[in-house]
Design a protein around this ligand. Structure first.
Ligand code: ZN
Length: 279
């Protein structure tokens, strides 16, 4: 398993819309189709955000359930559900609206953003101690593996605190999201620093936003990490050229992994690496 690399595809996110990139999947049907194509291209995990009928971010369980049912009709993949849907420039959903849908949807994994930060120099991405405690306990109760989303070094220390409290349990899985304005810059030095902070028996993955996408991917693969790609993080394929689909971004990661003499993990192999049970 040492040479296996998991590709996670972050398909939609909270922020973009079709005017930024017409390929961004918005409806349950579009997201499911995009997930299927991403899996065909090598993704073992899909990270899902939902939109309502108007295209606004939502944590509505019915939207997640409809989408996941459509995905499961077509392929086997690990479902990673966001807990930060409904984050807009003016508001973020209540703790209950972020936690309760997990009891209904019961995904394999759920995002766990380990601290509050200024987001894109525009708004506050609020992840209070109360939310982290409630969400962590819910994940334990339901059997959802937290994906510990890290935007700066202090957030890793927050995970160590909740590990001590028993609200997080080993083996931990980290996702370093680098280059978000308000968070740590996407440099290889910063990646080495973040990786140095996590418990040794953790698994980890990284995504560099924007121009740092490929450099962070290359460094991550060399350092033993897994990779995240997708239109949530990058609507461009290269400078000035919009990505045609999530699958196109997955396909490129697949080629890079293969060219580096590594193998792309299947969903079952990814379950083994992440210590997940098949649901
Ligand atoms: Zn997300």
């Amino acid at each position: 398993m040492q040479n296996k690399r998991i590709i996670s595809a972050a398909l939609t996110g909270n922020w973009g819309n079709k005017s930024n990139n017409p390929a961004l999947p918005i409806t349950p049907k579009e997201i499911a189709e995009s997930a299927y194509e991403a899996v065909q291209a090598g993704a073992a995990v899909v990270h899902l955000h939902m939109r309502d009928e108007e295209g606004n971010p939502t944590m509505r369980a019915d939207r997640f359930k409809e989408t996941i049912a459509l995905i499961k009709e077509k392929c086997d993949v690990i479902i990673n559900m966001t807990s930060s849907g409904e984050h807009t420039l003016t508001s973020i959903a209540s703790d209950d609206a972020r936690v309760n849908p997990f009891y209904e949807v019961k995904p394999d994994m759920g995002s766990y953003d380990c601290g509050t930060m200024n987001w894109m120099h525009k708004t506050i991405f609020e992840n209070s101690p109360q939310l982290l405690e409630k969400l962590g306990k819910a994940y334990l109760e339901i059997g959802v593996k937290p994906e510990l989303e890290i935007f700066d070094g202090g957030m890793v220390y927050t995970t160590l605190y909740y590990l001590k409290q028993g609200i997080l349990q080993k083996p931990l899985h980290y996702q370093f999201i680098m280059g978000a304005p308000g968070g740590l810059a996407a440099t290889v030095d910063n990646l080495v620093y973040l990786k140095s902070l996590i418990p040794e028996d953790s698994t980890w993955s990284a995504a560099g936003l924007s121009v740092a996408h490929i450099p962070i991917m290359l460094a991550t693969l060399g350092m033993g990490g897994h990779v995240r790609v997708g239109l949530e993080d990058n609507i461009y394929f290269e400078k000035g050229v919009l990505a045609k689909s999530n699958a196109q971004l997955v396909e490129r990661a697949n080629k890079i992994i293969t060219a580096a003499g590594m193998q792309v993990a299947t969903p079952d192999e990814a379950r083994e690496i992440l210590s997940l049970k098949k649901k």
